[in-house]
Design a protein around this ligand. Sequence first.
Ligand SMILES: O=C(O)CCC(=O)C(=O)O
Ligand SMILES: [Mn+2]
Length: 212
Amino acid sequence: MRDLLSSGQAEALPLNDADLLLWRQVDLGVNYDQLMAKLLDETEWRQEQITVYGKPYLQPRLSAWHGDMGYSYSGIRLQPLPWTPVLWRLKQRVETLTREQFNSVLLNYYRDHNDSMGMHSDDERELGEQPAIASLSLGETRDFILKHRWRKDLKSVKLPLDSGSLLLMRGDTQKNWRHGINKLRRACGPRMNLTFRNIIPVAPPKSPLRDD
Ligand SMILES: O=C(O)CCC(=O)C(=O)O
Ligand SMILES: [Mn+2]
């Protein structure tokens, strides 16, 4: 952490019970708008149907899952699409900056102000105990909202994520905080977000009908 900070690029965000590092403008070797246009064009975007409290909903955004491993959340199972050359290069750049390793990326596309992501923690078992998740934003600046999971004395936090910013969430951040992207009242342009993750293979729970 000290090394990442002393490189002068990353900024530690002071938030209780969390471990957050922010790079405000990462050098990706390509113009952010051109990168977003390319990703928009070459991604197989899907609008997933998820189940919340037993009811089916269409997610209010488009998404795509790429990498080496499948991933399950909110009642859906995502089968990975292969790494594309662009996504592979981005993964390598993000790994160099963060000094973390990733084997998957979730792309989210927020088409306009009506698209959003509900408050959640990325705390699935497949992400491990203290997951490192690196979140790269492109396009319109949207506020990333953080709310502590149980401490009512801590105010929620609004972190505007600009195009070209990289946010690294580590340590106990997912255990202690939820995060999300709210809809906006005013119109806004599109935004893309790529969250690089490391999925750990976990054994499925044993069936109670088996005796092995
Ligand atoms: O769009 C963002 O900044 C948040 C994305 C996110 O939380 C997720 O993909 O789990
Ligand atoms: Mn998340």
